[in-house]
Design a protein around this ligand. Structure first.
Ligand code: ADE
Length: 228
């Protein structure tokens, strides 16, 4: 998979992809992540990429021309499955969406900033808009990093034990059961006895029960939508 991220703040994306699972996925050649500084497509000495809001209030709007030129340059090299715009208006990121995105070959992610982006970009260049939640961030970069993290870990081979991504919370519309490690007792707080029993059947029964219990308590809508 190849992900091209367009941003006016490339520095914000310097670190998130250089650790842990994403770093290893890059090293294994499972994913390439390219960060493009939109300012390189800006005009004039100031490399202008934003301008005043026509007929609106103060606050700058990302211009169409640099975005159009950068996306066109990328499209000349390869075909893209999606051109994603990170926006609080977009479709809410979910596990099923991350699963679908992880099957794509090439995607562009455009990070917004300022007051927003010229609406013609959304009408003519963007094919999908994603929000990571109903709150407003200063820009799309952190949201793009969240999308990439949720997607890259699902690419087969990204996680050494493939089943571990499949057993993530949400994969079967259930939250994960609680997990514990040594010591079996700390401060008088004991690990549930069943987990020390060595009986795999009892353990998986307990895990299923706990997953259901936590989902019922914390995300009941997941159960409604799955018919559980
Ligand atoms: N840009 C600003 N806020 C955002 C959000 N909640 N999700 C995605 N992109 C954003």
């Amino acid at each position: 998979m190849r992900i091209d991220i367009i941003t006016v703040l490339p520095q914000l994306l310097e670190s998130p992809f250089d650790h842990s699972i994403i770093k290893r996925a890059k090293e294994k050649g499972l994913v390439e992540i390219h960060i493009h500084d939109l300012r390189e497509y800006g005009k004039g000495n100031y490399r202008q990429v934003d301008d005043y809001n026509y007929g609106g209030d103060a606050g700058m709007v990302l211009m169409i021309e640099p975005v159009y030129n950068l996306i066109n340059d990328l499209k000349r090299e390869r075909e893209y499955d999606q051109v994603i715009y990170m926006s609080p208006d977009g479709e809410l990121l979910s596990q099923p969406m991350a699963n679908r995105l992880s099957c794509l070959d090439n995607v562009i992610i455009l990070c917004g900033h300022y007051k927003g982006i010229d609406h013609r970009i959304r009408e003519h260049l963007v094919t999908m808009e994603i929000s990571i939640g109903d709150y407003v961030l200063s820009g799309g970069e952190l949201a793009a990093a969240v999308v990439c993290d949720s997607v890259v870990r699902l690419i087969p081979g990204a996680i050494s034990d493939e089943t571990s991504a499949l057993s993530d919370s949400f994969q079967d519309n259930l939250l994960s059961p609680p997990v514990y490690t040594r010591p079996a007792e700390f401060n008088g707080w004991r690990v549930p006895e069943v987990l020390l029993s060595g009986n795999p059947k009892l353990i998986s029964q307990w895990q299923e029960e706990k997953a259901l219990e936590r989902t019922r308590l914390l995300r009941p809508h997941l159960l409604d939508s799955s018919g559980k």
